[in-house]
Design a protein around this ligand. Structure first.
Ligand SMILES: Cc1ncc(COP(=O)(O)O)c(C=O)c1O
Length: 289
């Protein structure tokens, strides 16, 4: 009987080579490991098509620039890595993960003069099922203890990890972070609140990740002539919301029907969520055509 873990055969790519994930080796002196000195992307793939690949690669470039890690690959080389993983992936829906660390060097906070470590892997994507969507997600609110550059997609995610676990410990699916009295985003999702018929999402800025899914939902709402505003969301709006949605690459757009143990609006997925979810699925179908 093989003792190999079930992920060992997943396709991966490390520093220029495709290999099985179980074969990938990274030094303990890698700064991603020692300092969380690294950035990443997660890209879903539906029907063989990476979701908004240019936007994800653009955000990766921006994250690299902001943390001063040199861009290790050009756009075409990234696209070839992505395509190679998609081609090797046995699943119909795939989640791609890309990570760049500042590289391997004896431990010292200041930058070493070494090449970045570049790693990518593919895994199965498990978007929320129909039953989960019909029930909706539950969320808790939590004070945001993260740093002041949440716009950079860094792997230094301990506050997000603790937030998501606090949600799990209370039987909930997601933690929504509150900073200075405003709701900013979830532990791994962006946030929309429907207040007096208007979908509101916090604006881009240093308090939240500029979500690729969030931006598409804003586009879809506006394209359909539905009211959507990008402005700060006071915590009170969450408590009085008719609807709350969270968005992410792996979850699409999901209704939150319970917040801190109380029903959101009528406690079932709302009419505006049903509309935007349908628009989202239509958009994906058009993209695949
Ligand atoms: C903190 C945070 N906010 C928002 C998102 C959603 O971003 P995207 O839609 O680009 O996946 C993520 C994604 O994982 C995240 O980690």
């Amino acid at each position: 009987m093989s003792m190999e873990p079930d992920w060992a055969r997943r396709p991966a790519w490390l520093n220029g080579e495709f290999l099985d994930l179980g074969q990938a080796r990274i030094s303990p002196l890698d700064r991603g490991f020692l300092f969380g000195d690294s950035v990443y992307e997660v890209i879903p793939v539906h029907a063989g098509r990476p979701f908004r690949l240019p936007q994800h690669l653009q955000r990766l470039s921006r994250s690299l620039r902001e943390v001063r890690i040199p861009e290790p690959l050009g756009r075409d080389a990234w696209s070839a890595v992505v395509q190679g993983l998609v081609d090797r992936a046995p699943w119909s829906e795939v989640s791609l993960y890309l990570q760049v660390t500042r590289g391997v060097a004896p431990r010292d906070h200041a930058f070493p003069d070494v090449p970045p470590t570049v790693f990518a892997m593919a895994g199965p994507l498990h978007p929320p099922g129909a039953e989960q969507l019909a029930r909706g997600f539950s969320a808790i609110t939590l004070q945001d203890i993260r740093w002041r550059r949440c716009d950079i997609k860094t792997t230094s995610l301990i506050a997000n990890v603790l937030g998501r676990q606090a949600a799990r410990d209370r039987g909930a699916d997601e933690a929504l972070f509150i900073r200075d009295g405003y709701a900013v985003e979830g532990a791994a999702t962006n946030l929309f609140v429907v207040h007096e018929g208007v979908a509101i999402t916090p604006p881009h800025g240093r308090d939240l990740l500029p979500g690729v899914t969030r931006d598409l939902v804003v586009e879809l709402l506006r394209g359909a002539g539905l009211a959507c505003e990008e402005r700060p969301v006071p915590q009170a709006f969450l408590e009085q919301a008719d609807e709350i949605w969270i968005t992410s690459s792996t979850k699409d757009v999901v209704p939150v029907t319970r917040l801190d143990g109380r029903p959101v609006g009528s406690g079932i997925p709302g009419p505006l969520w049903r509309r935007v979810h349908a628009l989202f699925l239509d958009w994906r179908e058009r993209e695949a055509a």
